[in-house]
Structure formats: structure tokens, C-alpha cells
Design a protein around this ligand. Structure first.
Ligand SMILES: [Zn+2]
Ligand SMILES: [Zn+2]
Length: 256
């Protein structure tokens, strides 16, 4: 099996897995990049995974289901296009012998889900939509800081080798903020240099890996003393875990 990020809009990626002439895509906000990839390679699209209801993730679903035999799997607790098979925590979407486990990750939206699978011959893959980004996390449009913290901690329990397939190329701006929070984190500086090189060549910084994110992503590190030291003078003064996470997310919202 092979994994490819198809660029869409200004900074989205539509993740595509293919095997034996069959393809699966994740969060096709736009049908055209998918149709182009299918046409040029001669693949048949037979599955679509959707993580949440935002238009840049579902906008291409209707056109793709009209043009292909694809089954569509999406979150049970969000408004989805007609015909989407509704899934929640603990359920699976199967494609080409791979069972993608559904993990409920509310926060960015109220019913956001992620998909985790172990395709043969590959490191595990996590399709996390707008919940976990490399060096960052999604904005809290519908959920609370405590929900997002819990969602990210669920994802953090997955194997360290997991390929983190985020839906947006936000890595460099996230790392700029992350360095502001943890200026002495050497893993972070090295990763930023690596990502700058990739972007200078026009390449994606994704997928990332979970073990790396645990070393560099402040939103997975909000219990670390180095992160808390940067947050302790925020107002209101953080007291519990959710307060620290909320202060971090708010700071990122305001950071330019
Ligand atoms: Zn979104
Ligand atoms: Zn998005």
C-alpha cells in the first residue's frame, strides 16, 4: 500500500491510500484533485473517510460518490452529506483488508473523529483531520479545552511509529509558536530546520510521526514543566491541566 498527500485549496491535504488499483481518500474537500489522481493512475476509488463536517473536508464528497463506487464513512455525531455511513468510537471502516478504528476526538468540532489503521507493509497511519497538526492542534470551534486535551491524549497513546496524517500544512507557523513556548527544546529547533528544508523544495512536511510530535508539539506537552513555565504568568492564572491547555490554545490564537 502507498500513501500520498494530494494538495487542495491553499493548505489542505487530501490523503490517498492505494493498493492493487484501488484507492481510498480522506477528507476530500475538493473532488478535482482526487479525480485527476484517479484518472492519471487508473485507480478506482472505493472508500472515502471523513473526519468532520467542515466544507474543506466534505465539499468534494457528493461529486466523488456521483463519479465513483466509493462508500463514505463519517462521524455519527455530525451533519454529513446523504449516504454517509455513520461511525463512532470503537467502530471500524474496512478497506482492502485494513480495519480503520474510529477514535472520538471532540474539540475542533463536537463530533470530530479520527481513523487509525495498520496497512500491511507500512507504519501505522492516523488520519486526524483538524485535531492534531504537526507542532499544533486545531482551533476549538465547538469543544472545550478539556475535551481537546483528552482527545489529544487519546491520540498520544497510539504507537510512536504512527504516521500522523494531518489535513493542513500548518507546520512551520506552528513550530514558530512552539519555539516561543519552548525556546530551549533542541528537538524542536532541529525539526524546524528539517521542515524549512522540505518547504523550500516545495515538499510537504507531512506525514509526521507520533514519537516526534511528543517531543516537539506543545499541545501534546502541556504537562511538561518547560511548557508550564511559559504559561504560568497567563491570565487567568492556570491551576489545573485544562487551564494550562486553555492558556496555551488562547496564546496560539492571539500569536502572530
Ligand atoms: Zn475543520
Ligand atoms: Zn480543515
Amino acid at each position: 500500500m502507498n500513501l500520498i498527500p494530494l494538495p487542495a485549496f491553499s493548505d489542505n491535504y487530501i490523503w490517498l491510500l492505494h493498493h492493487n488499483g484501488r484507492a481510498l481518500v480522506v477528507d476530500p474537500g475538493d473532488a478535482q484533485p482526487v479525480l485527476n489522481a484517479l484518472a492519471s493512475a487508473g485507480w478506482v476509488l472505493d472508500a472515502i473517510l471523513v473526519t468532520h463536517h467542515h466544507p474543506d473536508h466534505v465539499g468534494g464528497v457528493a461529486a466523488l460518490t456521483a463519479a465513483t463506487p466509493a462508500k463514505v464513512y463519517g462521524p455519527a455525531n455530525e451533519k454529513m452529506p446523504p449516504g454517509v455511513i455513520a461511525l463512532k468510537q470503537g467502530e471500524t471502516a474496512s478497506w482492502q483488508g485494513v480495519d480503520f478504528q474510529v477514535i472520538d476526538v471532540p474539540g475542533h468540532t463536537a463530533g470530530h473523529i479520527a481513523f487509525f489503521g495498520q496497512p500491511p507493509g507500512m507504519e501505522p497511519v492516523l488520519f486526524c483531520g483538524d485535531t492534531l497538526f504537526s507542532g499544533g492542534c486545531g482551533r476549538l470551534f465547538e469543544g472545550t479545552p478539556a475535551q481537546m486535551l483528552h482527545s489529544l491524549e487519546r491520540l498520544a497513546e497510539l504507537p510512536g511509529t504512527t504516521q500522523v496524517c494531518c489535513a493542513h500544512e500548518y507546520t512551520l507557523s506552528n513550530l514558530k509558536f512552539a519555539k516561543h513556548i519552548e525556546p530551549t527544546n533542541l528537538d524542536l529547533s532541529a525539526y524546524e530546520t528539517h521542515c524549512q528544508d522540505l518547504r523550500a523544495k516545495g515538499l510537504p512536511t507531512l506525514p509526521s510521526h507520533l514519537d516526534l510530535e511528543l517531543k516537539v508539539n506543545p499541545f501534546l506537552r502541556s504537562r511538561q514543566p518547560s511548557v508550564r513555565a511559559s504559561l504560568q504568568h497567563c491570565t487567568p492564572t492556570p491551576i489545573d491541566d485544562a487551564d494550562y491547555f486553555a492558556a496555551l490554545r488562547q496564546w496560539k490564537n492571539d500569536y502572530r
